[in-house]
Design a protein around this ligand. Structure first.
Ligand code: GLN
Length: 442
């Protein structure tokens, strides 16, 4: 068996060799420190005292606090902000002997769908360096896809885990809202944000999710959830699946997904129904007023006095757009109208999904309705926002959802989105692992 130390050396060699090209890691713990930790883990493995993540190396999105690293949010505003504590998810990882390698790049303050809003230049997609890796957890998906580490953490407010997972050909999970503590996460939009895992396989992603989930007294809205039964992943079972009735413009992506659905239906004999979510067309329009308002409110502490620099003076254009938009929406004369209207539609979408989940156990769709663009290619704000048309709904509904690679279109990885009702991660993962099996037989 390879030791943690051998594995670490392999990862560090790869990072030294390729990180300049892909621009994934912004910061690593010192080699000396990492070697010390790897030796400690090897010792624990030898003495049979090791935790569940012993031998796993992990990259972290820089909006999650890790003691001793910079939680820069890939922004000039917080570039010198050194974390003084561990987020709850980090504490849980350390308690299970996972080793954090360092901080990866992302969109600035998690605002974006391509990775290009980072103040430290975009991440390149490891499957094709001319393309965006997707965002905002660009580095989190890319570090796993590039083979720089085993696992990573990202955050998903409207698709920021699933979207880059799809473009980079890895597994990414957005857990149910409130199932993973947000303590130590720098908010984009507190009523939508969730921290979640990336991995190369469903079982590794499930393992990390099981470690980080659960109620936390430091996050008052967090809730307890059932322990995942990882042994049941890959076991054949009956499921009733829903196919989302939604037309996307890219027929090649749609065909790939349709083909996969046909294949799994045949192989597992699963029942399949069409599912329509009437207000899904309003998802993007509902999402942004909520995000602008909550982001504006959350960033008021970034006034240059306590944390970093004054945000308006040092942020990039996308972050500024949201701050100005949020300032407008929250003006006293509007009496909170747009925010409250958006919250009402959010409730409506949430209700529609809970109705749908009375009929089916899982809802499938493409993860992203379009292929990633070339880095630097000019696309409109609307086009950028449209990457998330199919991922935003589960943030609004608060249920769990993930992206699993199912093939390639024009040589670019494409993911299927697997969605389940709130706190039904177990079912979602069981279906995912069975679909994953059909990939392996190719
Ligand atoms: N692309 C979406 C946005 O820009 C989603 C971001 C996210 O999930 N963090 O807000």
């Amino acid at each position: 068996m390879v030791t943690a130390l051998e594995k670490l050396r392999k990862y560090l060699d790869k990072i030294r060799d390729k990180n300049k090209e892909f621009n994934i890691f912004l910061e690593l713990f010192s080699e000396e420190e990492l070697i010390k930790k790897a030796k400690e883990v090897d010792e624990k493995i030898k003495n049979k005292r090791a935790g569940r993540l012993a031998g796993y190396f992990i990259g972290v999105k820089p909006n999650i606090n890790v003691l001793g690293l910079h939680a820069s949010c890939s922004s000039k505003v917080l570039e010198n902000y050194l974390s003084t504590y561990d987020a709850t998810v980090i504490k849980k990882i350390k308690d299970e002997d996972g080793i954090i390698l360092g901080m990866v790049n992302s969109d600035e303050f998690a605002c974006g769908s391509s990775g290009e809003t980072s103040a430290f230049s975009p991440v390149r997609n490891p499957t094709n360096p001319n393309l965006i890796p997707g965002g905002s957890s660009s580095g989190s998906a890319a570090c796993v896809a590039a083979g720089f580490c085993d696992l990573s953490l990202g955050s998903d407010t409207g698709g920021s885990i699933r979207n880059p997972a799809s473009h980079c050909g890895v597994v990414g999970i957005k857990p149910s809202y409130a199932s993973v503590s947000r303590y130590g996460l720098i908010d984009l939009s507190m009523s939508l944000d969730q921290i979640g895992p990336f991995a190369r396989t469903v079982s590794d992603a499930a393992l990390l999710l099981d470690v980080i989930r659960g109620k936390d007294e430091n996050d008052s809205i967090s809730l307890n959830s059932k322990k995942l039964n990882l042994n049941d992943l890959g076991k054949k079972k009956d499921f009733v699946l829903g196919i989302l009735d939604f037309k996307i413009n890219n027929s090649k992506i749609q065909n790939l997904i349709d083909k996969k659905i046909k294949e799994i239906k045949k192989k597992y004999n699963w029942k399949i129904k069409k599912i329509k979510i009437d207000h899904i067309d309003l998802a993007i329009e509902t999402y942004y007023p909520i995000v602008y308002t909550e982001f504006f409110s959350g960033t008021r502490k970034l006034d240059g006095r306590k944390y970093g620099k004054k945000i308006e003076d040092f942020c990039g254009p996308e972050v500024l757009r949201r701050i100005l938009g949020g300032a407008e929406i929250t003006k006293a004369e509007h009496e909170g109208r747009n925010y409250h209207l958006a919250l009402r539609v959010k409730k409506l979408i949430e209700k529609e999904y809970s109705e749908a989940f009375k009929e089916v156990e899982i809802i499938l769709s493409p993860t992203v309705p379009r292929l990633p663009h070339k880095i630097g290619e000019k696309i409109s704000v609307e086009e950028m926002y449209s990457y998330d048309a199919l991922t935003i709904p589960s943030n609004l509904a608060g249920n769990c959802s993930m992206s699993l690679p199912v093939g390639k279109v024009e040589g670019i990885p494409v993911g299927i989105q697997i969605m389940a009702d709130k706190f039904n991660e177990q079912k979602m993962l069981e279906v995912a692992s069975l679909i994953e099996k059909t990939n392996e037989t190719k």
